[in-house]
Design a protein around this ligand. Structure first.
Ligand SMILES: *[C@@H]1O[C@H](CO)[C@@H](O)[C@H](O)[C@H]1NC(C)=O
Ligand SMILES: *[C@@H]1O[C@H](CO)[C@@H](O)[C@H](O)[C@H]1NC(C)=O
Ligand SMILES: *[C@@H]1O[C@H](CO)[C@@H](O)[C@H](O)[C@H]1NC(C)=O
Ligand SMILES: *[C@@H]1O[C@H](CO)[C@@H](O)[C@H](O)[C@H]1NC(C)=O
Ligand SMILES: *[C@@H]1O[C@H](CO)[C@@H](O)[C@H](O)[C@H]1NC(C)=O
Ligand SMILES: *[C@@H]1O[C@H](CO)[C@@H](O)[C@H](O)[C@H]1NC(C)=O
Ligand SMILES: *[C@@H]1O[C@H](CO)[C@@H](O)[C@H](O)[C@H]1NC(C)=O
Ligand SMILES: *[C@@H]1O[C@H](CO)[C@@H](O)[C@H](O)[C@H]1NC(C)=O
Length: 673
């Protein structure tokens, strides 16, 4: 029997005070009360408050009016047995992943390898349940000057040295210990997260490769690859990291040096298939000018993947007072509410996807993205519209042969976070906030499913109307799902549309293959401007500061009977919503965890600091907790019921409680980190 730790105080000595949740960032980046590049002072950002922090901002914008002319509200979609011309390459179910700034892993992931954030585990487990794994990048600008040290004062795993903020970069040296990797490894053991890390690239003579040797040794197969340079095209803009004139050929030379140095470092276990290049941002270098150096062919064996980073716009003028026009969020809201947005972002990369990455046999990843850099926009980035936008954009990336996309999680000063822990001084009574882009991630997992065989096609639905895009998903030649968007907000019902779907039976050699019925899950909210309580198939992560990372509510899936005389199925798509139509039973069951809503909740009550937990979870854990152990034991009493695979229990509805199971402490959302 292991201990149950009920005290709130033992966790309160976390070495990083709330104020240190601030991180200096180079310009045009994300943000924890960050300062502009021109500021060279040490941290002065005020502690964020609940009411004042972007991540909990309650601004609700106005939904755009119904467009004129309005899209047709009835149109046909024909799918074919055997496939269609123009399908994407087969996509991995884990396509939609996350990017987490390195400096905040001790807030988002856990305190150390034995105190993990339960809401984070649940959020990862939701995706693992559907597609088997999750890809997460730990990095960002703070990786560039990070230093791995053996230990830090007070058993901290991360420490930011604000007194040593250098030059004009505002990037404080970040010290961290190998405990960060052990923590990541333990998260992986529970939820099959696989990680990307980044080599510090500000100092290249020589490189500090301790992150490579330690990361590989500790994380093993849970470590996917290392980013070699983060937005190198912005290195000269960010201050003094490279001299003016730094070019793609200079970058090529640094990658050459990196490969040479790693090759002669006996502590590095693996040197093939490990580096990700070039991660250029929207700035001065197109991907093509980097490819022109010969970097892909010349270093092919050493490269794991090719990557770019992109935000469609920025909110830096407002966030950092960097000058320039301050953008009114209401003005840009419509830019996120149509299919053109994702298409326009992806267009410059299609050449790379098809003529560079595919022929080289390399993955091509959108390594960091979201609605707008410098934290996004109030009322836009956290809106239901943004959930539709990120899902449509992700599907366009998949259709256009990207192989993955990582949506960035900023801190308390970002509007666009897929998930945000509560402010530290409120962590004893608040829970996490699950944002718009997390819904997109969850739905994308269901869109692709676990087969790694899903091929997407943009159907140009409804005569290419930009407000009603649609995609089909084929697996091994069979159409298995249909994905339909309605970006319009109109509570009258007049802008709801009905797609009439047929499979086969039209065209040479096509027998009718329309099923007798299909199932439909909806991503819904009453308006694109809503900022919380969205539902996916009836279930929700609720309001800001209200989630433990598990879906709540009853699963609501519509069954649509098809017309067997016309061999068509009529799918209604309300304004606004997204509909995922499952054309086969297997497509549905492979991404629909059963009995999710019956999963028992362990309730902790802060006031009396008592908790109720099935002791058998502790007894069966046997020093070796895995998901099955946790769920089996905590599901006692629901015998025979098929359990939610992968959910982590131990989360309180309220209260600050950490539950130790066989040496693990799962920290609830309410836990103080
Ligand atoms: C892990 O973090 C918890 C909470 O901050 C702390 O109580 C514990 O001592 C830490 N463990 C180690 C090994 O530092
Ligand atoms: C949290 O800290 C902020 C900043 O110091 C303060 O304004 C706020 O009132 C605090 N909230 C609570 C609940 O203590
Ligand atoms: C360690 O913790 C003590 C007590 O909370 C604090 O005074 C001290 O500043 C901490 N040291 C560091 C380096 O964080
Ligand atoms: C989990 O953390 C412990 C240290 O607390 C470490 O010994 C163990 O190797 C970690 N597990 C993984 C899979 O990294
Ligand atoms: C890269 O390879 C090409 C041949 O594919 C070669 O012409 C070029 O010189 C190489 N680039 C460098 C910088 O070595
Ligand atoms: C659609 O989105 C694009 C790209 O964001 C934007 O430029 C355009 O103005 C939008 N169209 C309408 C009609 O709002
Ligand atoms: C994606 O790659 C496939 C296979 O090479 C190709 O047929 C298809 O046209 C590409 N898609 C796009 C949008 O370029
Ligand atoms: C899909 O890909 C993931 C990650 O690469 C892998 O773990 C999983 O086994 C694959 N699933 C199938 C069905 O191939």
């Amino acid at each position: 029997m292991r201990l149950l730790t009920l005290s709130t105080s033992f966790l309160s000595s976390a070495s990083l005070a709330w104020a240190q949740y601030s991180v200096y960032q180079p310009q045009y980046q994300v943000i924890y009360n960050g300062l502009s590049t021109s500021v060279t002072t040490t941290a002065t950002a005020a502690s964020a408050t609940y009411s004042g922090s972007a991540a909990y901002d309650t601004t609700v914008l106005s939904a755009p009016a119904v467009p004129n002319p309005a899209p047709a509200t009835s149109f046909g979609i024909q799918l074919y047995s055997g496939g269609m011309t123009g399908l994407s390459i087969p996509q991995n179910g884990g396509f939609f992943g996350f990017s987490i700034e390195m400096s905040v892993v001790n807030h988002v992931l856990g305190s150390n390898s034995s105190v993990l954030q339960v809401p984070f585990l649940n959020l990862m487990a939701n995706i693992q349940q559907r597609v088997g794994w999750v890809q997460v990048r730990v990095g960002g600008n703070t990786q560039e000057s990070a230093v791995l040290v053996a230990t830090l004062a007070n058993n901290s795993i991360i420490s930011k040295d604000y007194s040593a903020v250098s030059g004009t970069t505002n990037t404080p040296p970040l010290d961290y210990t190998p405990e960060v990797f052990y923590m990541m490894g333990n998260i992986s053991a529970l939820t099959n997260v696989r990680w990307y890390l980044g080599v510090p690239f500000f100092n290249t003579t020589p490189f500090d490769l301790s992150i490579v040797s330690s990361g590989q040794a500790i994380l093993g197969d849970y470590l996917l690859a290392f980013q070699a340079g983060n937005e190198p095209d912005l290195y000269t803009d960010h201050g003094d990291h490279r001299v003016e004139g730094y070019s793609p050929y200079d970058y090529y030379g640094e990658i050459d040096d990196l490969i040479t140095q790693a090759g002669s470092d006996s502590a590095i276990l693996k040197t093939d298939d490990v580096w990700i290049v070039p991660s250029v941002a929207s700035g001065d270098w197109t991907p093509e000018v980097v490819w022109d150096t010969g970097i892909v062919g010349n270093f092919s064996d050493h490269l794991n993947a090719l990557a770019v980073e992109h935000y469609p716009t920025d909110n830096c003028a407002a966030q950092f007072n960097t000058g320039g026009t301050i953008i009114n969020p209401q003005d840009v809201f419509p830019d996120y509410l149509n299919h053109t947005s994702g298409q326009a972002i992806v267009a410059p990369y299609i050449n790379t996807a098809n003529t560079i990455a595919q022929p080289a046999g390399k993955p091509f990843i959108m390594f960091e993205t979201n609605t707008a850099s410098c934290g996004g926009f109030a009322g836009v980035s956290n809106s239901f519209g943004a959930a539709l936008w990120a899902l449509d954009y992700a599907m366009t990336m998949a259709y256009s042969n990207f192989t993955g996309a990582l949506f960035h999680a900023g801190g308390q000063n970002a509007y666009y976070n897929p998930f945000t822990p509560p402010p530290t001084n409120q962590s004893s009574f608040k829970q996490w906030s699950v944002g718009a882009t997390y819904y997109s991630a969850l739905v994308m997992a269901e869109v692709l499913g676990p087969s790694n065989a899903s091929q997407l096609i943009d159907l140009g639905a409804n005569d290419n109307n930009i407000y009603t895009p649609g995609y089909a998903i084929y697996e091994n030649g069979t159409p298995t799902k249909l994905a339909l968007f309605n970006y319009i907000t109109d509570s009258s019902g007049a802008s709801d549309y009905t797609a009439t779907v047929a499979i086969g039976g039209s065209g040479a050699g096509q027998d009718n293959a329309t099923p007798s019925s299909v199932r439909v899950k909806y991503l819904r909210s009453s308006s694109v401007a809503d900022i919380q309580d969205f539902t996916w198939a009836g279930q929700t992560f609720g309001a800001s500061l209200g989630s433990d990372g598990r879906l709540a509510g009853d699963l609501d899936v519509q069954t649509v009977n098809c017309d067997t005389s016309s061999n068509t199925c009529q799918i209604k798509v309300p304004a606004p919503s997204f509909a995922l139509v499952f054309l086969t039973d297997d497509a549905y069951s492979s991404v629909t965890p059963t009995a999710t809503e019956t999963f028992p909740t362990t309730v902790f009550t802060k006031t009396v600091n008592t908790l109720s937990i099935d002791m058998s979870v502790l007894e069966t854990s046997n020093g070796h907790v895995d998901m099955e152990d946790v769920e089996a034991a905590t599901s006692a009493g629901s015998s025979g019921a098929e359990r939610t695979r992968g959910s982590i229990v131990g989360m309180g509805v309220v209260g600050t409680v950490a539950v130790a199971v066989a040496g693990w402490i799962f920290m609830g959302a309410a836990g103080r980190l």
